[in-house]
Design a protein. Structure first.
Length: 226
């Protein structure tokens, strides 16, 4: 006779629990989406690249390259939801995309800007000082996450720009992006302040807070919204 554990939960109970958790997550996401339509806050992070950590070994063999015009078809396959006209604009203003490839396939990427960059989430321009660069639009294919790719790319970028005489990396993360906040701290970034805005139709009010003595990147109103 097969023994049945008394601790085993009925399948219907498990399915109901999963449904409740999923419904709660959907409600949370919809609420956050609605709130961030009008009210947005991002944490500003920085890190010195003069003390770059040693090379990080990912959990699978990878190669890192800088995106060129000939790589755009592969990039579109990697990020099909992105507008290729916007990507070409990034390249025209000399932003760099660092691609992480596994067996020839693009699995992770990160963009870097210097001097001035438009931040769509805030509809503002971020003004950088000489020696600073801004890291943005990081993305990893879902099936390649938790493989150490972001850490490997971060060390590579810092060493690359250190060799060009840069000394400081900047990035911003939305306060509701818990994964991004945790990753920034894991990569050695420190929170130094906050940017925020409230928007109602065509009107927008912006503010910024510095949390320490570090030089704070300037945020200015963009002349046009994208």
């Amino acid at each position: 006779m097969t023994k049945v554990s008394r601790n085993r939960k009925p399948r219907k109970a498990l399915n109901l629990k999963y449904f409740v958790i999923t419904l709660q997550e959907v409600i949370r996401m919809l609420t956050m989406k609605t709130v961030t339509t009008f009210y947005r806050n991002v944490i500003v992070f920085d890190r010195s690249i003069n003390d770059t950590s040693p090379d990080f070994q990912p959990h699978l063999p990878v190669e890192i390259k800088i995106l060129t015009e000939k790589d755009l078809p592969a990039y579109y396959t990697f990020r099909p939801n992105q507008c290729m006209n916007e990507i070409r604009k990034r390249l025209d203003r000399e932003d760099k995309c660092f691609m992480v490839l596994h067996e020839g396939r693009m699995v992770h990427s990160s963009w870097v800007a210097r001097e001035k960059v438009y931040v769509p989430y805030l509809r503002c321009n971020l003004i950088l000082k000489p020696g600073e660069f801004y890291i943005y639009d990081n993305y990893t294919l879902p099936e390649y996450r938790n493989q150490g790719l972001a850490q490997t790319r971060s060390v590579y970028i810092c060493k690359y720009y250190q060799g060009l005489g840069y000394h400081r990396a900047i990035q911003i993360v939305a306060v509701e992006n818990e994964t991004g906040l945790g990753m920034s701290k894991a990569l050695g970034y420190q929170p130094i302040g906050l940017y925020g805005c409230i928007r109602i139709g065509p009107w927008q009010w912006d503010w910024q807070q510095s949390w320490g003595k570090e030089s704070f990147p300037i945020l200015t109103k963009a002349t046009r919204w994208k």
